[in-house]
Design a protein around this ligand. Structure first.
Ligand code: AMP
Ligand code: GLY
Length: 425
């Protein structure tokens, strides 16, 4: 098995795949110091080095490659592997446009009448500014292409929306990703992440999860890649059924009908509005940190479930009745500028069964140091969310590094998506 990537999502994938891999060896490219404890890392092969990854997979002659991040998928890693008959879990480049082009995704949703925020597409900054000035309702401005989790501005007023248009289309702060922008109506409601294994028209949902995107407690502060997550999210069965029947399945079928069938894991970011679930975005990969709470609750064989999906068979997805909570320990300053190379202490004292996944770490002279914005993910599991949360925070309390910041309300008393309303400011 080969896992592509180097963050917490890839660590939990590697850890979970290694459990099933009695007869396999687990490899990762480039991997990280945490992954090195469950498999062999190939630090010189980066996650976007397609020729390097293809030749590594050929050399390993393994059963399956699993791709963590979006960049290699958008760059066509699946097409490159398929051309050499190497088995890989993920969508082809044209199907990965569901994430790599927000306009592609929104246009598909509109064409098929699938619930999503109303939107307009602009290639001309003057027209975009004119549109913003005419709107009386709250807006969200998005760069079309990949922007590493940034490139979305939830504007509190017209001035902020105008500034976002100027940043993206004139100042090009996201490079060519901002050549085309989407301007959307701003929706209100709690968010939920529903991921599913998709094989052509068939959709097999995983446990719903909730991501905590804002940097600070109470859903305040700037958006981040995710400061924590819980699973299962408190989404009603009726909403979940609607998400599968009226969103995920029609999207999977539309992709087949349009000539680019989707294979792999599809992540729908949704908002549960007064009018029901609406699509915020799609990702063509596992969520980070959603994977860190979903995968520890999966029973059975993950590798086999992925291979079944690839072969068009129904994967066996069985779930523990437990809940899981993940708390992210981030570098001081994140999501803005932060220092790296800071020594990390206390991981070895985290009491089992809490889990620690490495998100941004490195080893320097034998010492574990910080190497990213999100540094570590501490995951607790237990019969209730309260148990899971207590275990995660108990584990976190033994860890320290200078400047370490984390949210204290992951999975807290008003958890889940039912009562915790995303405070979009
Ligand atoms: P995205 O990268 O598209 O997931 O957007 C990042 C975050 O911005 C989402 O998780 C939401 O919190 C927020 N967001 C995006 N689109 C909208 C929208 N139309 N209405 C309200 N909030 C949104
Ligand atoms: N946690 C959000 C994402 O993975 O895109």
């Amino acid at each position: 098995m080969l896992v592509v990537g180097s963050g917490g999502r890839e660590h939990v994938l590697a850890w979970r795949l290694a459990q099933d891999a009695a007869s396999h060896n687990l490899h990762a490219a480039p991997g990280n110091p945490g992954i090195a404890s469950v498999g062999t890392c190939h630090p010189l092969v980066s996650a976007t080095d397609l020729p390097g990854l293809t030749s590594l997979a050929e050399q390993l002659d393994g059963d399956l490659t699993v791709v963590g991040p979006e960049a290699p998928l958008a760059a066509g890693i699946v097409d490159a592997f398929r051309a050499r008959s190497l088995r890989i879990f993920g969508p082809a480049q044209d199907a990965a446009r569901l994430e790599s082009s927000k306009i592609f995704a929104k246009t598909l949703l509109r064409r098929h009448g699938i619930s999503t925020a109303a939107f307009e597409v602009f290639t001309d900054p003057v027209e975009a500014l004119t549109y913003v000035r005419r709107q009386r309702r709250p807006l969200v401005v998005k760069a079309d292409g990949l922007a590493a989790g940034k490139g979305v501005v939830v504007a509190s007023d017209a001035r902020e929306a105008e500034q976002a248009v100027l940043d993206m289309m004139v100042r090009n702060v996201y490079g060519t990703s901002g050549d085309r922008v989407l301007i959307e109506e701003r929706l209100e409601g709690p968010e939920v992440s529903v991921l599913a294994f998709v094989s052509g028209r068939r959709v097999f949902p995983l446990l719903p999860a909730q991501d905590y995107k804002r940097a600070l407690d109470g859903n305040r502060g700037p958006n981040t890649g995710g400061m924590g997550a819980i699973a299962p999210a408190r989404v009603s069965l009726a909403d979940l059924a609607q998400i599968v029947d009226e969103i995920l399945e029609p999207v999977a079928s539309a992709m087949v009908d349009d000539g680019h069938p989707y294979t792999g894991v599809l992540y729908a970011g949704l908002m549960i509005t007064a009018d029901g679930p609406q699509v915020i975005e799609f990702n063509c990969r596992f969520g980070d940190p959603e994977a860190q709470v979903i995968l520890p609750l999966l029973e059975g064989n993950l590798a086999e479930a992925m291979i079944a999906t690839l072969e068009g068979r129904a994967p066996e997805l069985r779930w523990s009745d437990d809940a899981a909570a993940c708390v992210v320990a981030a570098s001081g300053g994140y999501p803005g500028a932060y220092k790296t190379g800071i020594p990390i202490r206390g991981i070895e004292r985290v009491p089992a069964p809490a889990l620690v996944f490495h998100a941004g770490t490195a080893t320097r002279d034998g010492q574990l140091v910080t190497a990213g914005g999100r540094v570590l993910n501490v995951v607790g599991t237990g019969p209730t969310l309260e148990d899971a949360r207590a275990q995660a925070y108990g584990g976190l309390s033994t860890i320290s590094f200078e400047g370490m910041q984390f949210r204290t309300d992951i999975g807290a008393a008003v958890p889940g998506i039912v009562r915790e309303r995303a405070s979009v400011s």
